[in-house]
Ligand binder design. Structure first.
Ligand code: RBV
Length: 417
């Protein structure tokens, strides 16, 4: 069998979801029309490991239309949308994904996508490419390259590349401007608030909202929480990021202080142990904690469990921990990406550009992979501009053009006051 999903009967519901996403993803569908004729991925076998969402389904359809054979798994145990997985299986895509995977099942799914000996890998968080490197290095000789969707994955793959441990070249899709300046900021901002609201339904206005980490994702969450009337506090380890947050008008303070005042906490750092025992010990009754970073280690859940006298699920994706002193702390989505586990992930409009970068990155690797060095590459500036230009045109927006005189002026080192 080419697939394992929760329930194939959900396919018709999933198809509608995908159709809705598709209607909001004009860049990807424009590329699909072009590539359905040109077939730039003919002969490619792509193993993908990325959240199974309605947007991802549009990406999968695009890769297949461009001539690739595809086999897919999710990249997080709680983010698969079962109806979308069913819809993909029903259109004869090889897919192994369902919501609520155990860790063993998670890796079992990844292993199945390697059965057809891929020529390209696509990651979000690097679990697939790590599986190739650590468990199936023999497959690497047949793999021309891989792409990586997210910041955490890119950091790790860069470290691997610098240590000379990469077995094939990688494209850091995350680092395209049309990815991280949109997906990471506006996508994470909106979808994280969406996840918090779906799992709590609380009022944000007037709440103390603590954002740990002021990178692209933290900035998005801080901006949107402020827009809903929350008072936003930022914790940082980087002095430049901390200054940016302060001059944006947010309060900056260490987590030991923030822990005492926060009503809602969101971690967006990419490192572990951001919220630990001593923070839980000083939080207010009713504090809500969640994470929007890639892995579930930013909030130290074993520490929370140690302090708790009892635990129960009070709403979907919302677990109440009652402390021995009677205080209650609410953990959303078990500390996994709140935007994907408790909501639907980023809106289609931003994934449109992220996934256009994925497609272009894979085409480049399919063509040139064997000639590239075994290190992490970024997509070209021209590629980025092409995607932005396409997006603008689908939005019906026009921009100005520099005149030849203006271009000459920009580089005229004799000009002055
Ligand atoms: N992400 N995908 C979705 N709707 O398919 N939403 C978020 C979606 C990706 C996003 O690009 C980010 O880099 C990554 O998930 C974090 O795992």
């Amino acid at each position: 069998m080419k697939y394992k999903v929760a329930d194939l009967a959900l396919a018709s519901q999933g198809k509608l979801k995908v159709e809705w996403a598709e209607s909001r993803m004009p860049v990807l569908t424009t590329l699909r029309e072009r590539f359905a004729k040109e077939k730039p991925l003919a002969g490619a076998r792509i193993a993908g490991c990325l959240h199974v969402t309605k947007e991802t389904a549009v990406l999968v359809r695009t890769l297949r239309a461009a001539g690739a054979e595809v086999s897919w798994s999710g990249c997080n145990p709680l983010s698969t949308q079962d109806d979308v997985a069913a819809a993909l299986a029903a259109e004869d895509t090889s897919i192994y994904a369902w919501r609520g995977l155990s860790v063993e099942e998670f890796y079992w799914c990844i292993e199945r996508t390697l059965d057809f000996k891929p020529t390209l890998t696509l990651d979000d968080g690097a679990d697939l490419i790590f599986t190739v490197h650590h468990k199936h290095p023999e497959l690497a000789a047949g793999i021309k390259g891989g792409t990586e969707e997210t910041t955490t994955g890119v950091h790790r793959l860069r470290a691997m590349g610098e240590a000379g441990k990469l077995l094939y070249p990688v494209m850091a899709v995350n680092d395209s401007e049309t990815k991280w300046d949109f997906d990471n900021v506006y996508g994470t901002g909106q979808s994280s608030i969406d996840g918090i609201l779906r799992s709590t339904a609380i009022l944000l206005a007037g709440k103390n909202f603590v954002v740990a980490g002021y990178g692209h994702c933290g900035r998005g969450a801080a901006m949107r929480a402020r827009g809903m009337g929350a008072l936003v506090y930022v914790t940082e380890v980087d002095p430049i990021q901390a200054l940016k947050a302060r001059l944006e008008g947010f309060q900056v303070l260490p987590m030991d202080e923030a822990a005492k005042v926060g009503d809602i906490f969101i971690t967006a750092t990419g490192v572990k142990d951001v919220l630990i025992g001593r923070h839980f010990a000083s939080m207010k009754d009713g504090a809500v904690v969640c994470n929007t970073g890639h892995y579930d280690c930013e909030i130290n859940i074993p520490d929370l469990e140690k302090l708790a006298a009892s635990q129960r699920e009070i709403r979907p994706n919302n677990d109440e921990y009652r402390m021995k002193d009677g205080r209650r702390i609410y953990l959303l989505a078990r500390g996994r990406l709140v935007n994907l586990a408790a909501a639907e992930g980023h809106p289609s409009e931003v994934m449109d550009m992220s996934f256009a970068n994925q497609v272009m990155g894979l085409i480049r690797l399919h063509r040139e992979g064997p000639k590239l060095e075994k290190k992490v590459y970024v997509l070209s500036k021209e590629q980025d501009r092409e995607i932005a230009t396409l997006k603008l045109s689908t939005l019906g927006l026009l921009i100005d053009k520099l005149t030849p005189e203006q271009i000459a002026y920009q580089s005229d080192y004799a000009a002055g006051t």
